[in-house]
Design a protein around this ligand. Structure first.
Ligand code: SF4
Length: 487
């Protein structure tokens, strides 16, 4: 079947792909690459990938571009599910013969509920879905495809689970799909140089953080990796294909989970003169950091989460504050930039621990940082705790303008307290002289950087002024049939 992979339209600027840990509109314009869709797209000949939010496509435009496809696979998530169903309904209305399926952690955890909530879907592909989708596209009978759930006999049928992929080198590269279907200049992440390009070199994370979605749902707790040489070869090819890219980002849950392999890849990239960055835990020893830095590492994206040790223990982070401080000091000494991420509202949070985290972040003084609200997604231990303890607020994971909402609250800490905490966190961190000076220096060096920082600064101030912008839906009612055909 001619297959369309679709990251569906939603709110303007909504980053809904699996690369986004918290699907929402960001404080500043941000889009991760839709790598989880690009991977099966690379497996299926003659397919196409459309990333509607990044390309700023509305529903009508997507419907026009979907013409001629027999199968459409959409990546969904808990906060975007209802919106994505509306997109599926509009596609089915326009093309009644098109088969439509959803993938992603939400349907992997709740296949029956998802299919019951969305009769428009033909199937959902659970677990790792790459080969499941290949078999669907090849026209194999649904009942013979492992990992598939589908409507059958007035109910829902679930086939046996699909095993996790062991041979990662067998998966084709996603960069050819990027080249064919994406405009890479449309992808921004505030702390990465622009344009950047991100991909995975492995899946799964051995850590057990209770809030973290991917390892507990789709990726698993074994870090399954591609060989170092295949990663180096791919990056060398990517550099030739995308000479404009300033930085390559390894979006593996934790690229540093296998330090020796990471060092081997680093040495290969160093020889090729490639600038790279990656996700990392705050516990990488100095000698590895040094090897990475000497071989092109620019930035680490580090999940510090909280400045309170008890909260880190509560969420099974497996990191000590003193180790994280030492790691941060080492990075600074070596000239490795850190973007630190924090979460407010995790179990054990109080007004006092919020202040502790703010103070901790200021002490660490990482280059840039972001603060998210704790989000309990189905399939995670945090979700089960939140259900058992009735921590859920009535609000959903995103507000009606697409920004993140505090879905968890406690008797002693309201959703409003948490949202105010996020703003105070940003204000206290960024209103210090050092971050301002860093920003000014970067802007003085490079006119393109100046333009970008001014835009982001404006967006950020708008965010601080209020999360209540007018909703900007990109899924307004489709145009009449006649207009669509003419287009
Ligand atoms: S280390 Fe990072 S990727 Fe791994 S489980 Fe914890 S939060 Fe998730």
């Amino acid at each position: 079947m001619r297959t369309l992979f679709l990251n569906p339209p939603s709110y303007a600027g909504f980053d809904g792909g699996a690369g986004a840990r918290y699907q929402a509109r960001r404080e500043i314009k941000s889009f991760w690459f839709p790598t989880w869709l690009a991977q099966p797209a690379a497996l299926i000949p003659n397919s196409k990938l459309i990333d509607a939010p990044a390309d700023d496509l509305n529903l009508q435009e997507v419907i026009q571009r979907a013409k001629g496809f027999e199968l459409c696979v959409m990546h969904t998530s808990t906060p975007s599910f209802d919106n994505d169903v509306k997109v599926a309904q509009a596609l089915k209305k326009a093309y009644p013969d098109m088969k439509i399926g959803f993938v992603g952690a939400h349907v992997a955890v709740l296949p029956e509920e998802s299919l019951n909530a969305a009769p428009v879907l033909d199937f959902v592909a659970r677990e790792e879905f790459d080969y499941t989708l290949l078999e669907v596209a090849q026209g194999k009978a649904y009942q013979d495809i492992a990992g598939l759930s589908y409507h059958a006999d007035g109910g829902v049928a679930h086939n046996p689970d699909r095993q996790l992929i062991g041979e990662m080198d067998a998966l084709p590269s996603v960069i050819d799909v990027y080249k064919r279907d994406l405009t890479i200049e449309n992808y921004y992440i505030g702390y990465l140089q622009h344009p950047y390009l991100s991909l995975y070199t492995g899946r799964g994370c051995p850590a057990r953080c209770t809030f973290c979605l991917w390892p507990q749902t789709v990726g698993g707790h074994v870090y399954r990796t591609r060989s170092a040489q295949s990663v180096i070869d791919e990056l060398v090819r990517a550099k030739a294909l995308f000479p404009q890219v300033k930085e390559f980002f390894f979006d593996d849950d934790t690229f540093t989970a296998d330090l020796n392999r990471a060092a081997e890849i680093a040495r290969g990239l160093g020889k090729a003169g490639i600038t790279w960055s990656c996700n990392s835990r705050a516990n990488v020893p100095y000698e590895y950091l040094k090897t990475f830095k000497e071989n092109g590492l620019r930035l680490l994206l580090v999940g510090y989460e909280s400045g309170n040790q008890q909260i880190l223990n509560n969420i099974k982070k497996g990191i000590r504050l003193d180790i994280a401080k030492e790691f941060t000091k080492n990075c600074r000494a070596l000239g490795i930039i850190i973007h630190g991420t924090f979460i407010l509202g995790l179990p054990g949070e109080t007004k006092e621990t919020i202040e502790e985290s703010i103070k901790y972040a200021c002490q660490l003084d990482v280059e840039t940082m972001q603060v998210s609200l704790a989000a309990a997604y189905p399939g995670t231990e945090l979700y089960r705790q939140a259900v058992a303890n009735k921590w859920f607020d009535e609000s959903s994971l995103v507000r009606n303008d697409g920004t993140q909402a505090a879905a968890i609250r406690y008797d002693h800490l309201s959703a409003q307290d948490l949202e105010a905490g996020v703003k105070r966190f940003y204000s206290k961190f960024y209103a210090r002289p050092r971050p301002i000076l860093r920003m000014l220096k970067a802007m003085a060096k490079d006119p393109a950087e100046r333009r970008r920082r001014l835009r982001e600064g404006k967006e950020f101030l708008n965010y601080l002024r209020g999360r209540t912008d007018k909703p900007e839906s990109r899924i307004e009612e489709p145009a009449p049939e006649k207009e669509k055909v003419a287009a």
